[in-house]
Design a protein around this ligand. Structure first.
Ligand code: ADP
Ligand code: MG
Length: 569
C-alpha cells in the first residue's frame, strides 16, 4: 500500500486526523480510543511536552505552562506556529501508530477568512511537524465535502454553520461543476461553546452556590464548576434534564442542582442570538436568497445542542442536516480531499475548471474578466473593445489571470499589441475572444473588425494548470482586499467619468464664448475647479459630488450648444 495523505482538522479547541482506508474516509483514534484531541499543549517543567487530553487536565495545576486556543494567534510570529506544530506532530503520531507506517503529507483545514499570512503560518507549522502540506483547505468546503457531493446537485448552494469551542463561522458556498466556491463568510472569533460553559456555570452557582459571586471564586473552584458545567451541557444534548453534583466544592458546602434543557436554552439564548446577524449578513453578501439554499450543514461540537440546531433551522427556515458528527465533519472533509489528491477516491474526480478568472486589462488599469473562475473547460467567450482616445493607433492587449479588480494585482500571462485604423474616440471595434481547449491551452484572438485582421496569442496550459497553493493565495487575497479593490475600481471609473466631463467642457466654452452669462460661467468654472481639486486630492466622495454638480451645471450648456449648432439661436 502506498503512503496515505493525512486529512487534518487543526481546530481551536479540538483537532482530528484521518485517512482514506480501502476507499473509505475514516478518522483515526488515539491509544485511548479518542478521535478528537484537545488542541492543548503542556510545556513540562523538565522540558518535555504533552499534547491533548493530558495537557488539558494540567490547565488548572499549571496554567502558565499550558497553552490552548493557539489557533487564534496564527500568523502572529513564530510561537503560534511552533505550538501548532506540536499538535500536528501529536496527530501525525496518532496516525502512524494506527497505520503502523510513517506518513509525510497532509491536507490541513483553515477558516475561510484566514488570510495569506495565517495560511502560510499553518503550512509552516505542518513543515515543522515533518509534514508536507499538499493542500490548505477551507473548513466550510471540508464540511460540505463530508456532507457529500452525491447529495448535492450541480449548481447548488449550501450554508455551513460552524459553532466550535471559541469561534463561530458562517459560510455560504456554491458547488458548481464539482468545485466549491466560498461566496461569503462571516463570523465571530470570540463566540462558542466556552461561552455557554461560563453562562451555565454562573447559573449553576446562582442556584446552588453558597451565595457568593461566581466571579469571586478561587480559580481552581471556578475551574471545577466550569468543568461540571461543560459535562452538564453535553448531558443536556442527550436528555431533557440532568443533575450536577459537586460535594465539598467549598469547605462545608455541597452543590446539587437540577437543570433542564429549557434552563440551558434560556441561559445560552443571548449568546446564541449573536450568531443571527452574521448569518443574515453572509446571506446578503452572497446574494443567495434564503429559499435558494439547497442545504444547511451544521458543524462544530456546539451544534450538538438541540437548542442550537433549532435556532439554525429558524434562521435559515429549513431543516438542518444531522447526518454526521458535527465535530468530526471537517476532519472527514480534509480526508476526502486528501483521497481525491492521492487518487484513492476515484469516483469523486472533480472536473477540470479554470481555477482563476481570465481577462484583459482595460482603460484605467482595471481587470475585465472574460472567462470567470470555475468555468468548465473547454470554454469560449469574447467581448468587444474600442479606442478610449481619438486617433489611437494601437491597443495593448494584456492577458491576465486572477481575481483582483486592479489589473496589476493579477498575473500577466502574455500580451500582444494590436494596431487599428486611427479615428475618433470609440470608432475602432476590436473583438477579443478567449478559447480554452480540453488541454487547458488558452488562445487569445483579437480582431480589428475594420480590416478583419486577426492577431492570435497562444498561452500554453497556464489557464488551467495553476499551482493549487497559488490559487488559494490569489483567492484569499481577493477576499482580503475585496473592499479596497472595489473602492479602487470605483475611483478609477469615477475619475474617468470626471476626466471626460472636463475634456468636453473646454471646447463647449470656446464655441459658446460670450453667449454664456458671466454668472453662469462663474458657476461652471467653480464647479470645474472643484472637480479638478477633488481629482488632485484623490478625494473620492468629493469627486463624486463635484462631478455631479458639474454635470448639473453643464446641462444648460449642452442645450445651448445644440441650439447653436442647429442654428436656432
Ligand atoms: P473547535 O472547532 O473550536 O476546535 P469543536 O468543534 O470540537 O471545536 O467544538 C468544541 C465545543 O463543542 C466545546 O465547547 C464543547 O464543549 C462542545 N461540545 C462537544 N460535545 C458537545 C455536546 N455533546 N453538546 C454540546 N456541546 C458539545
Ligand atoms: Mg472547528
Amino acid at each position: 500500500m502506498s503512503i496515505p495523505i493525512l486529512g487534518i482538522d487543526l481546530g481551536t479547541t479540538n483537532s482530528a486526523v484521518g485517512v482514506v482506508d480501502s476507499g473509505f474516509p475514516i478518522l483515526l483514534a488515539d491509544a485511548a480510543g479518542k478521535r478528537l484531541t484537545p488542541s492543548v499543549v503542556h510545556y513540562l517543567d523538565g522540558g518535555g511536552i504533552t499534547v491533548g487530553e493530558a495537557a488539558a487536565r494540567s490547565k488548572v495545576t499549571a496554567p502558565d505552562r499550558v497553552i490552548s486556543s493557539i489557533k487564534r494567534k496564527m500568523g502572529e510570529g513564530n510561537h503560534p506556529e511552533e505550538v501548532s506544530a506540536e499538535i500536528l506532530k501529536h496527530l501525525k503520531g496518532i496516525a502512524e501508530a494506527a497505520l503502523e507506517q510513517e506518513v509525510s503529507q497532509a491536507v490541513i483545514t483553515v477558516p475561510a477568512y484566514f488570510n495569506d499570512g495565517q495560511r502560510n503560518a499553518t503550512k509552516r507549522a505542518g513543515e515543522l511537524a515533518g509534514l508536507e502540506v499538499v493542500r490548505i483547505l477551507n473548513e466550510p468546503t471540508a464540511a460540505a465535502l463530508a456532507y457529500g457531493l452525491d447529495k448535492l446537485e450541480d449548481k447548488s448552494t449550501v450554508a455551513v454553520y460552524d459553532l466550535g469551542g471559541g469561534t463561530f463561522d458562517i459560510s455560504i458556498l456554491e458547488l458548481h461543476d464539482g468545485v466549491f466556491r466560498v461566496l461569503a463568510t462571516q463570523g465571530d472569533t470570540s463566540l462558542g461553546g466556552d461561552d455557554f460553559d461560563i453562562a451555565l456555570a454562573e447559573f449553576i452557582w446562582r442556584e446552588g452556590g453558597d451565595g457568593s459571586a461566581f466571579s469571586s471564586l478561587e480559580p481552581s473552584v471556578m475551574a471545577t464548576v466550569l468543568g461540571a458545567a461543560e459535562i452538564l451541557k453535553k448531558e443536556l444534548s442527550e436528555k431533557a434534564e440532568a443533575t450536577v453534583r459537586l460535594p465539598f466544592v467549598l469547605p462545608g458546602h455541597h452543590l446539587e442542582v437540577d437543570v433542564t434543557r429549557e434552563d440551558f436554552d434560556r441561559v445560552i439564548r443571548p449568546i446564541l442570538q449573536r450568531t443571527v446577524s452574521p448569518c443574515r449578513r453572509a446571506l446578503a453578501d452572497s446574494g443567495v436568497a434564503l429559499e435558494k439554499l439547497d442545504a444547511v450543514i451544521v458543524v462544530g461540537g456546539s451544534t450538538r445542542s438541540p437548542g442550537v440546531r433549532a435556532l439554525v433551522a429558524e434562521i435559515f427556515e429549513q431543516e438542518v442536516d444531522t447526518g454526521q458528527h458535527p465535530d468530526e465533519a471537517i476532519a472527514l472533509g480534509a480526508v476526502i480531499q486528501a483521497g481525491i489528491i492521492e487518487g484513492s477516491l476515484r469516483n469523486m474526480v472533480l472536473l477540470d475548471v479554470t481555477p482563476l478568472s481570465l481577462g484583459i486589462e482595460t482603460f484605467g488599469g482595471l481587470m475585465n474578466v472574460i472567462i470567470p473562475r470555475n468555468t468548465t473547460i473547454p470554454a469560449k467567450a469574447g467581448e468587444m473593445f474600442t479606442n478610449a482616445v481619438p486617433n489611437q493607433e494601437a491597443m495593448l492587449v494584456r492577458v491576465l489571470q486572477g481575481e483582483r479588480e486592479i489589473a496589476n494585482d493579477n498575473w500577466e500571462l502574455g500580451k500582444v499589441e494590436l494596431s487599428f485604423t486611427p479615428g475618433p474616440k470609440a470608432s475602432a471595434r476590436v473583438g477579443v475572444q478567449f478559447r480554452i481547449d480540453e488541454n487547458g491551452i488558452l488562445e487569445v484572438l483579437a480582431r480589428d473588425t475594420a480590416t478583419n485582421e486577426d492577431t492570435i496569442l497562444e498561452i500554453q496550459s497556464a489557464a488551467v494548470d495553476v499551482d493549487d497553493e497559488a490559487v488559494e493565495t490569489m483567492i484569499s487575497e481577493s477576499v482580503e482586499h475585496a473592499f479596497t479593490d472595489m473602492a479602487q475600481r470605483q475611483w478609477v471609473e469615477d475619475e474617468q467619468h470626471a476626466q471626460e466631463l472636463l475634456a468636453a467642457l473646454t471646447p463647449s466654452l470656446e464655441i459658446l464664448g460670450d453667449e454664456i452669462e458671466p454668472d453662469y460661467l462663474e458657476r461652471i468654472c467653480s464647479a470645474e475647479a472643484a472637480v479638478k481639486a477633488a481629482l488632485e486630492g484623490n478625494e473620492h466622495l468629493r469627486l463624486k459630488e463635484a462631478a455631479k454638480m458639474l454635470e448639473a451645471e453643464t446641462e444648460q450648456l449642452a442645450v445651448m450648444l445644440v441650439e447653436k449648432m442647429s442654428g436656432i439661436s
